[in-house]
Design a protein. Structure first.
Ligand code: THG
Length: 367
């Protein structure tokens, strides 16, 4: 593929200078911003992520901030997950649905206080939808995109690296909780979360000016831990079953089709804009659902368009993400499969760009 032409529309991040100095080899575009996708190679980055610790520029996870007396009410209008028991200091993975129950985004909601929330978004223009709701319902809330840029620290040595920069209190943060820590006189929210299953943290970096100082402090502190620049890894996230909005699901899919039914409390999520539609469409359960699927043969190329899935000559679904897994010695993939063929062990065929491949629905993801 050709290179990306830089321009103001394709936003850099507070960490882009560090990413370039670290030798980034490829970018993708996410929320109109640069997201690194390869440093050494996807396979080498994968091995290093699973064995050491990486610093990820995930500033593309933009925040939609809700501020004001109606912030909590607005947040509940956006999602079928019941937020009534959510406390400040907690993060929730929340499906966001439209009036038809279709997925608009699958962000992490961060509750800073009763009247201040961040929605840490995946790749869709959620800000416009949220502003529209806030204004259409005349809610007493400010909605904007603040200068907050997440930096993820991921890998088995993440606790050790973070303790060196922020102190041992970092080890006490529990999964999907956050606490406040100081860096250069700024209070930063740091959560135990991230788009990998290797463990780690996300630092919500407040203010572009502290981006490179923090980046450098982490690399200085972690030299003997073999810290490297990394990025969400295309192999590891498929093994882990972490979904990618725009790839594995779109606004044509309900949360239930995406396997996100466990994050929906549609009966009690009073106020959710998609509630009536979801109650209707999920009464009898989805007729297709996301599944882990192994694909036989040697390494497949990246899945940049849906690959049809067949069974007995009939189309029964599509694969939307795929990669060769060195640890499992097979191609791992994520696909949407019709209910007649979604049971583990069902023999399938996937039409990849280099031909039909035998494939099989797996019991669970590979981790
Ligand atoms: N962190 C933050 N913002 C994000 C992402 C992130 N925004 C974009 C994108 N990633 C949103 N999508 C996801 C997908 C999966 C998870 C988080 C965000 C995730 N899921 C775990 C799982 O499914 O096992 C845990 C969910 C849970 O138990 O609550 O972590 O990564 N800030």
């Amino acid at each position: 593929m050709a290179v990306l032409s830089p321009s103001r529309r394709l936003r850099r991040t507070p960490f882009s200078d560090g990413v370039e100095a670290a030798g980034v080899k490829a970018y993708t575009v996410y929320n109109r911003m640069l997201l690194p996708s390869v440093f050494e190679s996807v396979e080498a980055d994968y091995r290093h992520l699973k064995d050491h610790v990486q610093v990820w520029d995930v500033a593309v996870e933009r925040q939609v901030e809700l501020r004001g007396p109606d912030a909590g009410r607005l947040m509940q209008m956006l999602t079928p997950r019941d937020l009534r028991r959510m406390l400040p200091g907690q993060c929730y993975y929340v499906p966001i649905v439209d009036e038809t129950g279709g997925m608009l985004n699958d962000p992490v909601a961060v509750k800073l206080s009763e009247d201040r929330w961040w929605i840490s978004i995946a790749d869709s223009d959620l800000l416009l939808w949220v502003k529209g709701i806030a204004n259409g319902y005349r809610l007493d809330v400010l909605v904007d995109e603040p200068d907050i840029s997440p930096l993820a620290i991921q890998g088995p040595k993440a606790d050790d690296l973070m303790a060196r920069v922020f102190g041992d209190r970092i080890r006490d943060i529990r999964f999907f909780k956050f606490d406040m820590f100081q860096f250069m006189d700024k209070d930063l929210a740091i959560a135990r979360s991230g788009y990998s299953k290797q463990g780690g943290f996300e630092i919500y970096v407040d203010g572009a000016e502290i981006g490179m100082p923090l980046w450098n402090a982490l690399f200085d502190a972690g030299e003997d831990l073999n810290v490297r620049a990394g990025c969400p890894n295309g192999i590891e996230r498929i093994e882990a079953g972490l979904l990618s909005y725009g790839n594995d699901m779109t606004d044509d899919n309900t949360p239930h089709e995406c396997g996100l039914g466990r994050f929906c409390d549609t009966q009690t999520a009073i106020g959710c804009i998609g509630r009536d539609a979801l109650l209707r469409v999920t009464k009898e359960g989805p007729v297709q659902e996301i599944r882990p699927i192994s694909i036989d043969g040697d390494a497949v190329g990246p899945c940049d368009r849906p690959w049809p899935i067949f069974a007995g000559g009939r189309r029964v679904g599509q694969v939307t993400s795929a990669a060769w897994s060195p640890d499992f010695s097979t191609n791992v993939s994520i696909g949407m499969v019709r209910m007649t063929h979604w049971d583990p062990g069902a023999p399938l065929e996937v039409e990849t760009p280099d031909g039909m491949r035998p494939a099989m629905v797996q019991e669970s993801f590979w981790l």
